[in-house]
Design a protein around this ligand. Structure first.
Ligand code: PMP
Length: 356
């Protein structure tokens, strides 16, 4: 779908004159930078973190551009992908008028972010295989006020990748922004949607350093999209949204390819082991296949099992209200997973004793 961005961007954002920071008005020529005397940003001359960080995170984007093979002007960095999600609402959805859409069950922040922005969220249920059912989706997509659609793949909390054919169909027919959230893509055997970014002007892909990159504390979210969409996100973001410390941490992570690959490999192996070992536990009725770093596990009584695990110091996520009788369990280190399995075995032995 070739979209006319002017028709879907909020008018106030289109007309917005963004804040011009000191670093916008004078950006240094790197060969001279050590000789320059910066007296333009009311910074303190003393200390090590006294200067504002690069507002556009160029060094980080250059590292990412090389790895992802996407030009820097098609990359936006957010303070976690949660900031990217919020900014997409603020750029594209007129409060009290426009709508957004998700496929449920899915990541809870789409709902919260839409509520904060006073945007009605249409929640289309996934089918029994946790996939998109196009026959019920089509009627929603034709709504003129629908501006933004989120597809989380691999999906949280179900762990599966959503059907590619349905996503392509949506990209081709929807006259609004399709945000594909790939928080868990590094654990998946499927290829990233960034590979076909240039084929769809309405596609943005969101990724994060919080999962496979192990930098949840550094709050680095990434959005890939057309240069026009990236320009709009840059207009709306706070001027220095990524701290210097966090930019450095993200760059260091991108330079540590061996560490990243080694850890992902361990987690994938552990995911396979946990899948088998959890499936053998008495009170577990199903372990859903996962393309992410967590497992959706159906048990006999999720509230009870959650309580028991927590009492023993192991904290899963109780998703009972989202998918009946399901816990979502993050794949931990080999030792942590041993501890989890040991505890589940103990609980099922106790369970059997009570039953006798
Ligand atoms: N998207 C999905 C699907 C998630 O599961 C999460 C975090 N659990 C996020 C986004 C938020 O990630 P970040 O830490 O980058 O804000």
């Amino acid at each position: 779908m070739m979209i006319d961005l002017k028709k879907i961007v909020r008018k106030n954002i289109l007309e917005l004159k963004p804040y011009s920071s000191a670093r916008d008005e004078f950006s240094e020529n790197s060969s001279m930078s050590s000789e320059l005397l910066f007296l333009d940003a009311n910074e303190n001359p003393f200390g090590e973190l006294n200067r504002y960080p690069d507002p556009y995170q160029l060094e980080l984007k250059q590292c990412l551009a090389e790895i992802k093979q996407i030009p820097t002007d098609q990359i936006f960095i957010g303070n976690g992908s949660d900031e990217v999600i919020d900014l997409l609402f603020r750029v594209f959805c007129e409060p009290g008028k426009d709508k957004a859409l998700t496929f449920s069950p899915t990541y809870g922040m789409y709902n919260v972010s839409s509520a904060i922005n006073d945007v009605q969220l249409l929640e289309v249920p996934l089918n029994e295989k946790f996939n998109i059912d196009l026959s019920i989706t089509t009627s929603y997509i034709n709504d003129n006020n629908l501006k933004l659609l989120f597809i989380c793949t691999p999906n949280n909390p179900t762990g599966n990748c959503l059907n590619r054919d349905a996503i392509i169909e949506i990209l081709e027919s929807f006259n609004g922004i399709v945000a594909i959230d790939e928080a868990y893509i590094d654990f998946s055997s499927e290829t990233s949607w960034i590979e076909i970014l240039d084929q769809f002007s309405n596609l943005v892909v969101i990724q994060t350093f919080s999962k496979a990159r192990g930098l949840a504390a550094a709050r680095i979210g990434v959005c890939f999209g057309s240069t026009e969409i990236i320009r709009l996100l840059n207009k709306v973001k706070p001027p220095y949204n990524i701290s210097e410390l966090n930019q450095r941490a993200a760059i260091a992570s991108l330079k540590s390819t061996d560490k990243f690959e080694r850890e992902v490999k361990i987690l994938l192996k552990e995911r396979d082991r946990l899948t088998l070992e959890l499936a053998a536990i008495d009170f577990v009725s199903e372990v859903y296949p996962s393309q992410a770093n967590f497992l959706l596990v159906e048990v006999d009584d999720a509230d009870l099992r959650y309580q028991q695990l927590v009492q023993s110091g192991v904290i899963p996520r109780n998703r009972n209200t989202v998918v009946r009788n399901c816990l979502r369990i993050t794949v931990g280190s080999p030792n942590q997973n041993d501890e989890l399995i040991g505890l589940c075995n103990t609980l099922s032995i106790e369970n059997n004793k009570v039953a006798e």
